[in-house]
Design a protein. Structure first.
Length: 547
């Protein structure tokens, strides 16, 4: 029986981990036709890029006029998605297969989370609890039910962390394997390049013991093996982009084709301090929001998120001091990148930090509970009262996390998916009308231009909301910018414009939508109107109602 105990333990752990897959699995099955496709915008762009790879091998933005090369998002993830297009090239009929492929990443992620939390030093009960926190996070479910890079990127990062393991005993073979996985991370998301800095910094740290300093040559050799595939992959991607990238003649083309170019175009030294402040607020709020999940934006909730995030960052310091340098350095450098980036970091941007945030929080809670036990053993009544208060606070926090997740799976997520089905039905009806009544080569301006292409095959353009306008919060400047874009459509090759009640919803900018409509009314005529959507043309025509 003793020989069977390890097998039994593996079986019990496996069964428990399988239970964590159930909530996301139920939602993935119920919404396997993916009515929410396109709500993130990037998900539809990845899906279109995958279609491009499946039809001749070219890597292009098929949704844009001229179909320029895709030089914004690296090709590894779209290459994976292209397998679905090859099996079933008919959209939306291939959506269930896409859902199955994306959800299949969740079991892999769960196993890696369990292994990493155990490797970090947490006992089985705590490791399972932390795995549950990450797996049952509502954002995890969203990211494994839509074609987005968050899940595969985190899988690659955790694999790197596990291969690096105890960096003081890193072998060349493990370093090379970790480098290949890090290269995969870079070819999924270019900000994975922070691994090329965090891993060497963690493994060749200035404050090593004399025993480790004697092995510095071996560590340097291991780092060379690690960096070789990472830097090769990054350089190959950047060189290819530089060779094929089309000149950015407009803001929307710059947004679609050039990460760094768009950043330079939108950067302002004078506005950088304000950007840094807004991004700091976004980071401190979003890190905790992933754990203490809520859709509210109340001031009290944001202040609580700030406090918990600072509590988490203090846990990172303790993890670092315990020798877990690589994950802490990765989390810190990734956070720094988010602070200087040109979009406020929301839950999606900070999602790769979730396992590390959960670990930092657990370290802090365990330390606090150790202090509670010490205070409780004291004979002083005041110490015991303080211990009881701290215990109550921790218990309240843990119960709140559990309740909020339960509410999300019972109410929030099903309601959100249902609303997306309504939105999808409206979009399909509108697109069906466009497919029937416009030339196949027509260029149509639309907010959801990737979805327009998927449902109609029409090439498109859109409005890229400039980050400076978001940070400044200047409604007058925003409206003027949108109106100028509409005037460019009038003088350019745009033949039709599609507006819907959902336009600019990702930016929460009603001002932009009103500005677009007001400018269109001066130079364009409504061609067809129905159910919150309007198709506009530059030629005056008789209005047709209903799609």
């Amino acid at each position: 029986m003793g020989a069977l105990r390890p097998v039994k333990r593996v079986g019990i752990v496996g069964a428990l981990l399988l239970t964590l897959l159930i909530p996301a699995g139920i939602l993935a099955y119920q919404w396997r036709d993916m009515p929410h496709l396109g709500i993130w915008h990037d998900d539809a762009v990845y899906w279109i890029s995958a279609k491009s790879l499946s039809t001749g091998g070219a890597y292009r933005l098929l949704n844009l006029a001229g179909a320029p090369p895709q030089t914004k998002y690296p090709p590894l993830y779209p290459l994976l998605l292209s397998a679905v297009w090859r099996v079933n090239p008919q959209f939306p009929g291939n959506a269930p297969l896409l859902m199955a492929l994306q959800w299949s990443m969740l079991p892999v992620l769960v196993v890696l989370l369990w292994l990493w939390f155990r490797r970090t030093g947490f006992g089985p009960p705590i490791a399972f609890a932390l795995t549950a926190v990450v797996t049952l996070c509502p954002m995890t479910t969203m990211f494994v039910t839509a074609p987005l890079t968050e899940a595969p990127f985190l899988i690659a990062v955790l694999t790197v962390m596990l291969l690096i393991g105890d960096e003081t005993t890193l072998t060349g073979r493990r370093a090379l394997a970790a480098g290949v996985c890090a290269a995969a991370a870079v070819l999924i998301r270019t900000n994975g390049i922070v691994l090329a800095l965090s891993i060497p910094l963690g493994c060749i740290w200035w404050g090593r013991s004399p025993e480790l300093r004697r092995g510095s040559t071996r560590h340097i050799g291991a780092m060379v093996l690690f960096l070789a595939p990472v830097l090769t992959a990054f350089a190959a991607w950047e060189l290819w982009c530089a060779r094929v990238r089309v000149p950015a003649r407009s803001d929307i083309l710059s947004y679609y084709t050039d990460y760094l170019g768009f950043y330079r175009h939108t950067f302002s030294l004078a506005g950088f301090p304000h950007r840094l402040w807004i991004n700091s607020d976004g980071l401190l709020t979003s890190v905790t929001r992933l754990i203490l999940w809520s859709t509210t934006d109340a001031a009290a909730y944001r202040q609580l998120c700030w406090a918990v995030s600072i509590f988490i960052f203090a846990g990172w310091v303790k993890l670092f001091r315990r020798g877990h340098r690589v994950p802490v350095l990765f989390a810190a450098l990734f956070s720094l990148l988010l602070l200087i980036w040109n979009f406020p970091p929301d839950q999606r941007f900070v999602y790769p930090l979730l396992p590390f945030a959960a670990a930092g929080l657990a370290i802090q809670i365990l330390k606090l509970m150790a202090k509670v036990r010490a205070e409780w053993r004291s004979l002083r009544t005041s110490n015991r009262i303080a211990a009881a208060i701290m215990t109550g606070a921790v218990a309240t926090f843990l119960v709140t996390v559990t309740v909020l997740d339960a509410v999300a799976y019972r109410d929030t997520l099903p309601s959100w998916f249902a609303s997306q089905r309504t939105r999808s039905a409206d979009m399909r009806a509108t697109c069906a009308w466009i497919a029937r009544n416009t030339p196949s080569q027509a260029v149509v301006a639309a907010y959801d231009d990737p979805l327009l292409y998927l449902y109609t095959g029409r090439r498109s353009t859109s409005v890229a909301i400039m980050p400076a306008l978001v940070y400044e919060g200047n409604d007058t400047a925003l409206a003027a910018y949108v109106r100028d874009n509409v005037r460019q459509w009038t003088s350019g090759n745009v033949e039709y414009v599609l507006t819907t009640q959902y336009d600019f919803s990702r930016e929460f900018q009603d001002v932009a939508r009103r500005a677009e409509l007001s400018q269109l009314k001066t130079q364009w005529a409504p061609l067809s109107v129905g159910d919150g959507a309007t198709v506009w043309t530059r030629r005056p025509v008789t209005i047709a109602t209903g799609f």
